[in-house]
Every structure is written in structure tokens, then in C-alpha cells.
Design a binder for this molecule. Structure first.
Ligand SMILES: Nc1ncnc2c1ncn2[C@@H]1O[C@H](COP(=O)(O)OP(=O)(O)O)[C@@H](O)[C@H]1O
Ligand SMILES: [Mg+2]
Length: 221
């Protein structure tokens, strides 16, 4: 489902060059639940952004669902991202002045779909994450765990093949983190969604199918 071959990522500014990733080779099969671990600054978010086609490698190749994307235009990349990938971030990234259901509808705005169908799909996604009773609330009226569940509903509303989660439980206490984790497992088991999750929590990583470890931009396993 996701393949990286000889990937290197270098961030260049006027004065400094940071090698964020070097010589990364990996393949993630459809239906896997993979965790990524490693110390702060080792390249985890960079790796996830490359997998999610949000950024391009300096060297090497990224393939998503067999598609070699290096020659794709920004527009084509956006479409592929919108149709195949869902993102969840540590800080939720919800839009404060939109209701819960309006936040969840956002990815569908980029598809040709009527308002009524958009709304139905958003409500179904919210039901899946157990938030049917909060659809007209605003993000600030929800707990952190509930906000992350809204973000998950938004990530899955378009039925992506791949869910990429960057420290999704990093801002949550352990019981809310467990709740979010249970939701991800459910999604992986029932819908077969491929999940890649960055985490600092060995306990949560231990519950995924396998763990990729990074140190200083290099794979250590
Ligand atoms: N946009 C950027 N410009 C310059 N350097 C960056 C940028 N993004 C990340 N880096 C650097 O690349 C390295 C890896 O960063 P990151 O992938 O965010 O690590 P992690 O998510 O593991 O904490 C770090 O040294 C970081 O400072
Ligand atoms: Mg990071």
C-alpha cells in the first residue's frame, strides 16, 4: 500500500542543511497497523508527511497503492490525497467556528457530492466514533478525547485506504488515549484501513502489528 525506496529528505535553508531522513526503505501492506517510534527530532513527522504525499523526498521514491507519484502535479497529488488518505494530528486541527458535523464534512467538499449526502456521511462517521449526541456542538465545547474523535471522523469520512496519525494520543490523558486507540483498532479490524501511527508510548506501540524505529533519520530495525 505504501512503499518507500532509498528515501532521503534534506531540509535546506540559507545556512544549514538538516538531514531529516536518510536511506529509508520500507513497505507497508494493505490492512497493516504500523507504529513509528523514536526520539524527538528523529524524522517521524517527516516520514509520515512523505507517506501522506504532503511533502516530497529529496532523493528516492514514494509509491502509494502502486502509483509512482514523483511526476504528479500538485493538483493530482491533492486528489489522490483526498481520496485515499486520512490524517490525524496531535493537536486535532479542528476549525473552531465550525460545528462538529461541519468539520467532518470538510474533506467531502472537494468531491462532487450533494449537500444532503455530505451531511449523511458526516453523521455516519460521527456515529462510528460515538459522537452522535454532539454533532451541533463546537470544538471548544468538547473534551480533548472527544475533539480527537471528531478529527478521526473527519479523517475517515471519505473512506480512505490509509490513515496516518501523528501522535494522536499525545495531548490526551491515558484513558482518553485508550479510547482513541480502541477506535483506531476498530477501524483497522472492521474496515481494513491501513494505519500508520507515530507514538511515544511503548504500551500503545506494543498493540500494533509492528513498530518501525527511527534514530537520527535512520531506520534502526
Ligand atoms: N520544515 C523544516 N525545515 C527545516 N528543518 C526541519 C523542517 N521540518 C523538520 N525539520 C528538521 O528535521 C528533523 C526531523 O523533524 P521531524 O520529522 O519533525 O521529527 P520528529 O517528528 O521525529 O520529532 C529535525 O531535526 C527538524 O528540526
Ligand atoms: Mg513529530
Amino acid at each position: 500500500m505504501i512503499e518507500l525506496q532509498d528515501v532521503e529528505k534534506i531540509y535546506r535553508t540559507d545556512r544549514i542543511e538538516t538531514v531529516a531522513l536518510a536511506n529509508v526503505n520500507l513497505e507497508i501492506e494493505a490492512g497493516e497497523f504500523v507504529s513509528i517510534m523514536g526520539p524527538s527530532g528523529c524524522g517521524k513527522s517527516t516520514l509520515l508527511n512523505l507517506m501522506g504525499l504532503l511533502d516530497v523526498p529529496s532523493e528516492g521514491y514514494v509509491r502509494l497503492a502502486g502509483e509512482s507519484v514523483e511526476s504528479y502535479s500538485d493538483r493530482r497529488l491533492s486528489r489522490l490525497r483526498n481520496q485515499r488518505i486520512g490524517f490525524v494530528f496531535q493537536t486535532f486541527h479542528l476549525i473552531a467556528d465550525l460545528s462538529v458535523v461541519a468539520n467532518v464534512e470538510i474533506p467531502l467538499l472537494y468531491r462532487r457530492m450533494r449537500g444532503r449526502e455530505r451531511r449523511q456521511r458526516a453523521l455516519a462517521a460521527l456515529e462510528q466514533v460515538g459522537l452522535s449526541s454532539r454533532v451541533h456542538h463546537f470544538p471548544s465545547q468538547l473534551s480533548g478525547g472527544q475533539q480527537q474523535r471528531v478529527a478521526i471522523a473527519r479523517a475517515i469520512v471519505g473512506e480512505p485506504d490509509v490513515l496516518l496519525a501523528d501522535e494522536p494520543t499525545g495531548n490526551l490523558d491515558s484513558s482518553m488515549g485508550d479510547e482513541v486507540m480502541a477506535m483506531l483498532h476498530d477501524l483497522n479490524n472492521r474496515a481494513g484501513t491501513t494505519i500508520v501511527m507515530v507514538t511515544h508510548d511503548e504500551r500503545l506501540a506494543g498493540r500494533t502489528g509492528r513498530t518501525l524505529r527511527l534514530f537520527d533519520g535512520r531506520q534502526v530495525n
